[in-house]
Design a protein around this ligand. Structure first.
Ligand SMILES: [Zn+2]
Length: 358
């Protein structure tokens, strides 16, 4: 049997910066390193071999923390090959891939945890820290965008608009005699894309479509209920929560990808693509029921709204939800796109006056 090929190289013991001359050979599955006539043996598989694709010197790490440095890459590779270690490059490549996969897995886990627990908590907390002036600015920005995307000027008579506005105003004032209701402005718009619908933006801009006003023309109290639901979203700052959440996500993505551009650029678009959580909808419904009740109107007036919206979604003869959503899909935060009509009808029908709060 031929002697194993030997290579004179340089070794660092891992403790002192002093380079020591060494001789290397591979015997079976052991790397034998000779320094000052003493031998050290390492299992070949535990050595982190220099990667073949790198340029310049070759550096390999030994399991005890010491290092081999070899200045001549070509000489090193030739010795490895002559020692029957042809797979060295592949092993190095596999090792670095394994490390990459582990790092990626950890990143995914971190993002999932951040998404599940961190983001909702942080966005809610932050949404309530945002000053009213910034909230109003974000709302205006969102309004401009939605106006461009979905809205046309209302064709309703101004007198009808004013009458509805006055009716809602007096209901809000009756329910909030201390003046602690959130600020709001109501505007009427025609909208092909949204159909019979209503939505609210941060800062209190509430929009109702001509189609919804017409759908509930004989039920003005139900219109008040719909507007109260939207005011509930304003009160709880749900739209702001969505915006903050989206910017947290893009901030997280920015941190991971090392690119934070577009951090705030996409924020207003959030309102056009995201929907409120079920809990947010329940909170807005509860706000509406309380407002109606305290203004002297039975919350059950809202049943008319849900029933008519449902009829619209399900024209005669068609069943279930197969045709649903054209309107809703256009703007998920708008009221007609909220799910679970049956549950909500029950909620408004069975709502009972709460005992007065201290
Ligand atoms: Zn809603």
């Amino acid at each position: 049997m031929m002697d194993a090929p030997r290579l004179s190289s340089t070794w660092f013991d891992g403790h002192s910066p002093r380079a020591q001359a060494c001789e290397l050979r591979i015997e079976g599955d052991e790397l034998v390193l000779t320094v000052d006539a003493s031998e050290r043996r390492y299992p070949v598989r535990q050595v982190r071999w220099a990667e073949r694709r790198s340029h310049g010197q070759r550096q390999s790490e030994l399991p005890d923390g010491s290092l081999i440095q070899h200045a001549e890459a070509g000489e090193w590779d030739a010795w490895r090959q002559a020692s029957g270690q042809r797979d060295g490059a592949v092993v190095g490549w596999m090792q670095s891939w394994r490390a990459t996969l582990v790092a990626m897995g950890a990143t995914v886990l971190f993002l999932a945890a951040a998404w599940t627990w961190g983001v909702p908590w942080l966005s809610q907390t932050l949404a309530h820290q945002i000053p009213r002036s910034l909230e109003a600015r974000l709302g205006e920005q969102g309004m401009r965008q939605l106006d461009r995307l979905f809205l046309q000027p209302s064709a309703l008579p101004v007198r009808q608009q004013d009458a509805l506005r006055a009716r809602f105003k007096s209901a809000v004032e009756r329910a909030h005699p201390q003046g602690d209701a959130p600020a709001w402005q109501l505007s009427f718009h025609r909208s092909k894309a949204l159909g019979a619908n209503a939505f609210a933006l941060p800062g209190g801009n509430i929009v109702i479509t001509d189609d919804l006003v017409k759908l509930l023309a004989d039920q003005p109290e139900a219109i008040v209920g719909v507007l109260a639901h939207e005011l509930g979203h304003v009160h709880h700052r749900h739209g702001l929560d969505l915006m903050v959440r989206a910017s947290l996500v893009s901030a997280l993505v920015g941190v991971v990808l090392g690119d934070a551009s577009g951090f705030l650029a996409t924020v207003p678009a959030t309102l056009a693509t995201q929907s409120y959580s079920r809990d947010a909808e329940r909170a807005a419904d509860a706000f509406a029921a309380r407002l109606l009740d305290q203004s002297g109107v039975s919350p059950s007036v809202m049943v008319a709204f849900f029933e008519r919206i449902q009829q619209q979604e399900r024209p005669a003869g068609q069943s279930d939800r197969s045709d649903r959503g054209e309107d809703g899909a256009a703007l998920p935060i708008a009221i007609s796109s909220h799910p679970d009509h049956a549950e909500r009808i029950r909620f408004f029908r069975e709502w009972r006056t709460e005992p007065a709060r201290p």
